[in-house]
Design a protein around this ligand. Structure first.
Ligand SMILES: [Zn+2]
Length: 163
């Protein structure tokens, strides 16, 4: 099979195309490499990732391998990380969620955000969050964290206030 000049460029453009329109909000990092005749496809997601989110990553994997001839296979790896963990990556990173530094906010603001959450499992507001992580997705800002009461991942959209 002819990959053109660079197998890594081939992998990257194939994966980027496959993710387009399939990228779930909970996807933190996606990376790809070729190991002999097997494509390694690694998607690292938040704990909040739903089955549909994982399915979207698998659909992307299916689209990637469709760019290869029959003698190639694919090893799809879907991992979930804690908010405070750095997602691991293979050789070619094709997607990286834009993560912000929550700790750069004023201390008061950090406290307010981590205390004013809503937990879907507890069905309760203001349960408090552990390990808050802030990121941008689709031009919105979110803070996710782990509910202090039940350990479920909670996601809150942060509205930017204009004075
Ligand atoms: Zn909870």
């Amino acid at each position: 099979m002819n990959f053109g000049t660079d197998i890594n460029e081939f992998l990257k453009s194939s994966a980027k195309r496959a993710l387009r329109g399939n990228t779930p909000k909970s996807l933190r990092k996606a990376s790809i490499e070729l190991n002999d005749k097997e494509v390694q496809w690694l998607c690292v997601l938040d704990l909040s990732a739903t089955e549909d989110d994982v399915k979207n990553c698998a659909v992307a994997g299916t689209e990637i391998i469709a760019d290869f001839t029959w003698e190639y296979g694919i090893n799809q790896m879907f991992e979930k990380t804690q908010p405070n963990e750095k997602p691991r990556a293979l050789k070619n990173i094709v997607y990286q969620r834009l993560e912000r530094n929550f700790k750069e906010r004023d201390l008061e603001e950090q406290e307010w955000i981590s205390e004013n959450n809503y937990c879907v499992k507890c069905k309760k507001a203001d349960t408090g969050l552990n390990y808050p992580i802030e990121y941008e997705f689709d031009e919105k800002i979110y803070v996710d964290g782990i509910c202090k009461l039940c350990g479920t991942s909670c996601s809150t959209e942060i509205k930017i206030e204009t004075e």
